[in-house]
Design a protein around this ligand. Sequence first.
Ligand SMILES: [Zn+2]
Length: 567
Amino acid sequence: MKKIWLLSLAVAIAACSGKPAAPAQRSGSSDAPPVPIGELPMIDAAAVLAHTKVLASDEYEGRAPGTRGEELTVAYLVNEFKRMGLKPGNTDGTYLQKVPLVGITPDPATLVLRKGAQQRVLKWKDDVVAWTKHVAGNANLTNSELVFVGYGVVAPEFNWDDYKGVDVKGKTLLMLINDPPVPDPANSQQLDPKVFGGKAMTYYGRWTYKYEIGAQKGAAGVIIIHETGPAGYPFEVVQSKVTEQFDLVTPDKNMGRAAVEGWITLDQGKDLLKIAGQDFDALKKLAATRDFKPVPLGITASMTLHNKLRTVDSNNVIARLDGSDPVRKNEYVVYTAHWDHLGIGPAVDDDQIYNGAKDNAVGTAGLLEIARAFTRLASPPKRSILFLAVTAEEQGLLGSQYYAVRPIYPLASTLADVNMDGLNVHGRTRDLTLIGFGASDLDDFASAAAGEQGRVIRPDPETEKGFYYRSDHFNFAKQGVPALDPDEGVDFIGQPADYGKKVRDDYTEHRYHKPSDEVSADWDLSGAREDLQVFFAVGYRVAQADRFPDWKPGNEFKAKRDAMLGK
Ligand SMILES: [Zn+2]
């Protein structure tokens, strides 16, 4: 404990009285040069740690949605926002946005495939994992015609449409996972970086997209053929989805979704295509071209899912700092962090409380202290700032999805989201990682701010894994709002070169989603403080800038933003 205090104090002294601030840069598009990062109010690392200790304490029971842990967490956040003098973020005069959740658990079932007199039964969990998002006692596929639709993608910006106008209403779509792998015409050894981001995964490659496009097409069922490489994880990870799944409850009780969503193993997928007189490898190759057309398989699919349902009422917490400009105060910059974690679960080493200190008590604490730093500015920024602590990230980014589809303030007037999911707890770094680097102008704001600290931006090293689509900022991106997804640096000051990897691997292996994700005595938030200072500067400067930040050309969310802004 003492060590952390001394270190953060030393950093504070260096930052306040030490080297002169870097020359002001014209980041973004503001007419006036931005306030140098060293002249903004300081983030208080000791306060971040203090909040984290409360939120991650055993008393808070691991902060599961709908539990006593939620009550305590929500009360703590509301109280802190009030103490800072921030306004209720909801226009109903409260600091809460109610988020109704439903948990759906299907009984085991089989997927029955028929071609003429032939019948094949796929076994639950071994061969097929399926569920429904319908809020209903059961959901069925009844002799639904099976159609192979390649990667199932409609991407106008890449002139790509796997459906070619074929009506697939009421049918069951069989799809491949990931983006269509289009070879580079200049070098057949690599993927074309101009189509679907080359080796990087775009949202079209994610499993969630596959089910969404299937629903848009009116399909009765959507089944993905699992492949370990392109999915980024083995079938065991898919098999873990046979338990309860949470979702939001939409006004149509999610009836707009396909009745059955699921995965089958690669072996079953190959066999199935063989029965249809097709060859998996040949079809897969064809699916990577713009000439691909849906292939009816002459097979029908039947499945009946019986569900257990339970509803959980949860909350997003939201506070607002009003902008100082009479017009621009009606425009917004949002900061997000998920307050929830896994609650009380199976005991590991006699501990049943999944405290989620790093995931994401510390990010929520960072959200509070960025909010406090904004209240310490001599005058508020021109635009308003929203501080949004979201629920049910661990159940599939549901709290942020709820806000993004039912926003309290118009998304067309929302300039950016800056998200915090985990912070560095191991001391100062020379770098800061940005997931999906190059997605939007926000990356330039972050680069400039980090540069003023003498630090560099490190692009996401594993773009093929699609990490950009895995935390709460993504729900803003998906609706078109530019969103920043920062991650910890790896180049630690005063540590050996492999230290960053060592602490990261140690966390993944021993603490991630385990009861041992707790605050420990060796935590050092001096690096987190510098990262938070960057996030603060980014939001402040966006709130002051003359121009809205935009997606970079070719980004998959740009068309949506352009349409929203009437461009
Ligand atoms: Zn988590």
